[in-house]
Design a protein around this ligand. Structure first.
Ligand code: HEM
Length: 406
């Protein structure tokens, strides 16, 4: 029988720390790091009073994410962020498979995995290069002096995911604001519901058009499967939502991190072959998507403690990715380190479907930006860059940059 490690009393952690911007804008909240150092898997009392858990160590986070005795079904979860006490989370809508378990989740992933392989995504390289070049040209014409988020970091992945899905980029005003609302922890449940509804109905209309007249894109391909119209809208909405803000924030925050680490920036400029490892290290170091939440379907022993059926675990990817047991000197941005094994894309069956696309985008977009503007720098003091607090996707709200005219 397992020896139970001493557990702390449930009452001693009651808030999941989310305020990253108080110290270095790239580091996890100091409270979160302290919690991991003390105990990588510990009890946490949720804002609704639920006595659940908080996982912050790399080993325990991976172990729980890999274990299908933990469910991702929305209706079983308690949320660690305050302000949503007593709100019943409805089950996942048709097609929103990130809130489903096997076998429902498996069915959707099977339809999609082949569309997002390394090979398929590499075929998009040329298109990503064209899109980045076009936005860099526009930036050069507009500046010196732009908001990098508006001019580059957001439009590049937005245009890519639109083209891949077959969503007209010109329609972007109809969903980008709504997608932002879905990730904003300050948005009310009503606002989130309305945002989800708007994205879903937009995609539904589009999917109907593709069914009638298929074009060469993912949504049209999916009309050839057994997915219903509702499911198609859910899948399309999920891909749109997951593919927009995540990569955009990695590009913008990644640029901010590089500008703050001139030696690393110089290395990436000088050595194009560093792009691959650099992107993995930036993913690890910045971990923009955090946290995940799961609920035990049965009693599960993890690291000598027993998580009971029905108990929710909040899993912090940013804390895990700064775990010194896995990554020596974890708070140092070192583009040459082997950052493999990071959990910036999650882990297990729900691991990011779009990771190869995101990698191709970042490996092209970041070096291309640095090459095009050799004197790129922040146009404001680093402390004045507005950070995205209280958001499921961390990053910057804007990034004022400038350069010398050549
Ligand atoms: C899932 C991060 C880009 C589509 C996830 C998860 C993470 C993540 C952490 C797991 C969530 C969980 O288990 O609870 C990121 C990051 C990105 C990125 C950091 C950019 C750097 C993309 C892109 C797409 C995408 C470009 C577009 C296709 C998805 C989907 C899921 C997912 C569909 C749900 C997978 C499932 O539940 O089976 N992502 N993602 N992601 N991501 Fe990404």
């Amino acid at each position: 029988p397992a020896t139970q490690k001493p557990t702390t009393t449930p009452a001693d952690v009651t808030v999941f720390p989310t305020e990253r911007h108080t110290g270095c804008p790239f580091d996890p909240p100091a409270e979160l790091t302290a919690l991991r150092e003390e105990q990588p898997l510990r009890r946490m009392t949720y804002p609704d009073g639920h006595h659940g858990w908080l996982a912050t160590g790399h080993g325990v986070v991976r172990a729980i994410m890999a274990d299908q005795r933990f469910s991702a079904r929305y209706e079983l979860l308690h949320l660690p962020m305050p302000g949503l006490e007593g709100v019943e989370i409805p089950p996942a809508a048709p097609g929103d498979f990130t809130g489903m378990d096997a076998p429902d989740h498996t069915r959707y992933r099977r339809l999609l995995t082949g569309k997002f392989t390394v090979r398929r995504m590499r075929l998009l390289t040329e298109r990503v290069e064209e899109i980045t070049a076009a936005h860099l040209d526009a930036m050069a014409a507009q500046g010196p002096g732009v908001d990098l988020v508006q001019a580059y970091a957001h439009p590049v992945p937005a245009q890519m995911i639109c083209e891949l899905l077959g969503v007209p980029y010109a329609d972007r005003e109809r969903f980008t604001g709504q997608v932002a609302t879905l990730f904003d922890q300050r948005a009310s449940t009503e606002d989130k519901g309305a945002a989800y509804g708007a994205v879903e109905s937009y995609v539904k209309g589009l999917a109907a058009a593709k069914r009638a007249e298929p074009t060469d894109d993912l949504l049209s391909d999916l009309t050839g499967t057994d997915l219903s119209d509702e499911e198609l809208a859910g899948v399309g909405g999920l891909l749109l939502a997951a593919g927009l803000d995540t990569t955009a924030n990695m590009i913008a925050l990644g640029t901010f991190a590089l500008l703050s680490n001139p030696e690393q920036l110089a290395a990436l400029r000088a050595e194009p072959e560093l792009a691959g490892p650099a992107v993995e290290e930036l993913l690890r170091y910045l971990t923009v998507a955090d946290p995940a939440v799961r609920t035990a379907l049965e009693d599960v022993e993890v690291d000598g403690q027993v998580i009971r059926a029905g108990e929710t675990v909040t899993l912090s990817f940013q804390a895990a990715n700064r775990d010194p047991a896995q990554f020596p000197e974890p708070d140092r941005l070192d583009l040459r380190r082997r950052a493999t094994g990071h959990v910036a894309f999650g882990h297990g069956v729900h691991q990011c479907l779009g990771q190869q696309l995101a990698r191709v985008e970042m490996q092209i977009a970041l070096p291309a930006l640095l090459r095009r503007f050799p004197t790129l720098r922040l146009a404001v003091d680093p402390s004045e860059v507005p950070m995205r607090e209280q958001n499921n996707i961390y990053g910057v709200r804007s990034l004022p940059v400038t350069w010398d005219r050549d």
